[in-house]
Design a protein around this ligand. Structure first.
Ligand code: UGA
Length: 428
C-alpha cells in the first residue's frame, strides 16, 4: 500500500502514537474513540497523554489534513485499506486479558469494512485472538493481521519511528506483507509470520524483559550478601552481546501497564495448554519479594520499627518520564509501608494527589521535613539536583534508601546522610 487510508480504533498511548506516526509516514489516518469528549479535545489538538513529541505530531497531522478524529467507527472504516485495533486489553478475571473492548469494536465494524481491507491487531491479545476475530468477523474478503507494538511509555514516538523490528503475522497469504508495506519508510528488519507466532512474540518479549529484571534484582540481593557491587557485575555482564547492556538496572520491582499484565496473561495462556511455566512464575513471585526486600531495607534504615516512622517518598510513577501510576512498584512499596503504620509523604514531579495512605506534595523539600527516612522509588534525574545539605537539615533522621541507585553516595555522605542502595555496599 502506498499512501493508504487507515483507521485506528482507540486513542490511548498506543493508538494515538500509532495514528499520529502513520499520518507522519504519509498515510491518511482517522482515529476513532468511543469517548466523545476525548475525540473533541484531540480534534482541537489537545493531547492529555504525557508522551514526548506526540502533541507536535498530532498538531502536524491536523494542520496537514492527514489526521482526523471521530466517534463514528462505522462511517470511518467504510473507505479504509487497513483498520488498526488499539483498544485496551486490561487484566481480567484470573489474570487473563479482557478482550471485551476488542470484541465490541470488531462487532461494530464487521459489516462496514470494505472488501480486501485488513484488520490489524496492535493491542496485546492472547495467542489465537486473530483467528477468533476472523471467526467473529465472518468475512472471507477481510484479512486479520497481528502487528504487535513494542512502544515504551515515555519514548513511544521515538520507538515507533525508529523501531528495532516490525512483526506482522497472518494466516491469509499476502496480508502480513501488505501491512508491512505501510511501514516501508522505516528502516527496520521485518518478521513476517503466521498470526499465532506474531501474537506470541509480544508476550515472549515482555516476559523475557520481566524475567531479566527479576534476575538482576536477585543478583543485586546476592551482591549485598557477598560484598560485591551490582554496577560492576552488570557492566561486566552487559558487554557480552548475548546478554546486552540494557534492562540491567535493579529497582523496586518491575511495573507499569504492560509487564505485570503480560506476565499474568502468558502464565494463563501456558496453563490453558497444560504447560507449567515455572521460570515465569518465579519471575513474578520474585517481583513481589523485591517489594518486600525494599520494605525491609526501609524498616532497617529507621531502626526496625515502621509503625509511626515518618517516611518521605521520592517518586511514585512506575518509571521516570511518565505520570503513569498503573502497577507502579512505588505504590506497592508505599501500601506495605502504610500497612505497617508508617506515615508517608510523597513527591513526584509528574503526579498530583490525592492518593490513598499518603500525603502528596508538589515540593520535594516538604517530603524531607521531619522525615526519619527518604526512599527514592522512581529514577527522576531531578532528584540528583536536590540540595542534599538542605534536605539533611530538614530531616529528623539521616537515612536515604535509594532503590534506583540514582544518587551519589559520596554527595549524600558529605551532606551528613546515610545512603543505602540496591546491590551495593554502603561503604563504597
Ligand atoms: C514495556 C516494554 O519495554 C515495551 O517494549 C512494550 O512495548 C511495552 O511494555 C508494552 O507492552 O506496551 P513500558 O511498560 O513502557 O514498556 O516500560 P519499561 O520501560 O519496559 O519498564 C518496565 C518496568 O521495568 C518499569 O517499572 C521500570 O522501572 C523497570 N525497569 C526497567 C527496571 O527496573 N530496570 C531496568 O533496567 C529497566
Amino acid at each position: 500500500m502506498h499512501a493508504a487510508s487507515i483507521v485506528v480504533v482507540g486513542t490511548g498511548y498506543v493508538g494515538l502514537t500509532t495514528g499520529a506516526c502513520l499520518a507522519c509516514l504519509g498515510h491518511r489516518v482517522t482515529c476513532v474513540d468511543v469517548d466523545a469528549a476525548k475525540v473533541a479535545r484531540l480534534a482541537a489538538g489537545r493531547v492529555d497523554i504525557m508522551e514526548p513529541g506526540l502533541a507536535g505530531l498530532v498538531a502536524r497531522g491536523l494542520t496537514g489534513g492527514t489526521l482526523s478524529f471521530t466517534v463514528e467507527a462505522r462511517a470511518a472504516v467504510e473507505s479504509a485499506d487497513a483498520v488498526f485495533l488499539c483498544v485496551p486489553t486490561p487484566m481480567g478475571a484470573g489474570g487473563a486479558a479482557d478482550l471485551r473492548a476488542v470484541e465490541s469494536a470488531v462487532a461494530t465494524m464487521a459489516n462496514s469494512l470494505p472488501s480486501d481491507s485488513v484488520l490489524v491487531t496492535k493491542s496485546t491479545v492472547p495467542v489465537g485472538t486473530a483467528r477468533r476475530i476472523g471467526d467473529l468477523l465472518g468475512r472471507d474478503d477481510v484479512a486479520v493481521v497481528s502487528n504487535p507494538e513494542f512502544l515504551r511509555e515515555g519514548t513511544a514516538v521515538a520507538d515507533f519511528l525508529g523501531p528495532q523490528r516490525i512483526v506482522v503475522g497472518s494466516d491469509t497469504p499476502g496480508a502480513a506483507e501488505r501491512v508491512a508495506a505501510l511501514y516501508r519508510l522505516l528502516e527496520a528488519p521485518v518478521v513476517v509470520t503466521d498470526a499465532a507466532s506474531a501474537e506470541l512474540v509480544k508476550y515472549a518479549a515482555n516476559c523475557f524483559l520481566a524475567t531479566k529484571l527479576s534476575y538482576v534484582n536477585s543478583i543485586a540481593e546476592l551482591c549485598e550478601r557477598l560484598g560485591a557491587d551490582i554496577d560492576a557485575v552488570t557492566r561486566g555482564m552487559g558487554y557480552d552481546s548475548r546478554i546486552g547492556r540494557s534492562f540491567l538496572s535493579p529497582g523496586p520491582g518491575w511495573g507499569g501497564s504492560c509487564l505485570p499484565k503480560d506476565t499474568s496473561a502468558l502464565l494463563r495462556i501456558a496453563d490453558a495448554v497444560g504447560f507449567d511455566f515455572r521460570l515465569l512464575s518465579a519471575a513474578v513471585e520474585d517481583n513481589l519479594a523485591q517489594r518486600d526486600r525494599v520494605v525491609a531495607k526501609v524498616a532497617n534504615a529507621v531502626g526496625g520499627e515502621l509503625a509511626g516512622a515518618r517516611i518521605g517518598l521520592l517518586g511514585l510513577a512506575f518509571k521516570a518520564g511518565t505520570d503513569d501510576l498503573r502497577d507502579s512498584p512505588a505504590l506497592s512499596v508505599a501500601s506495605v509501608l502504610s500497612a505497617h503504620g508508617a506515615r508517608l509523604c510523597a513527591y513526584d514531579p509528574a503526579v498530583t494527589g490525592p492518593l490513598p495512605g499518603m500525603a502528596v506534595t508538589d515540593d520535594p523539600y516538604r517530603v524531607a521535613r521531619g522525615a526519619d527516612a527518604l526512599v527514592v522509588l522512581t529514577e527522576w534525574p531531578e532528584f540528583t539536583q536536590l540540595d542534599w545539605t538542605y534536605v539533611a537539615d530538614l530531616m529528623r533522621g539521616t537515612a536515604v534508601v535509594d532503590t534506583r541507585n540514582l544518587l551519589s553516595p559520596a554527595s549524600l555522605r558529605d551532606a551528613g546522610l546515610r545512603w543505602t542502595g540496591l546491590g551495593r555496599s554502603t561503604n563504597r
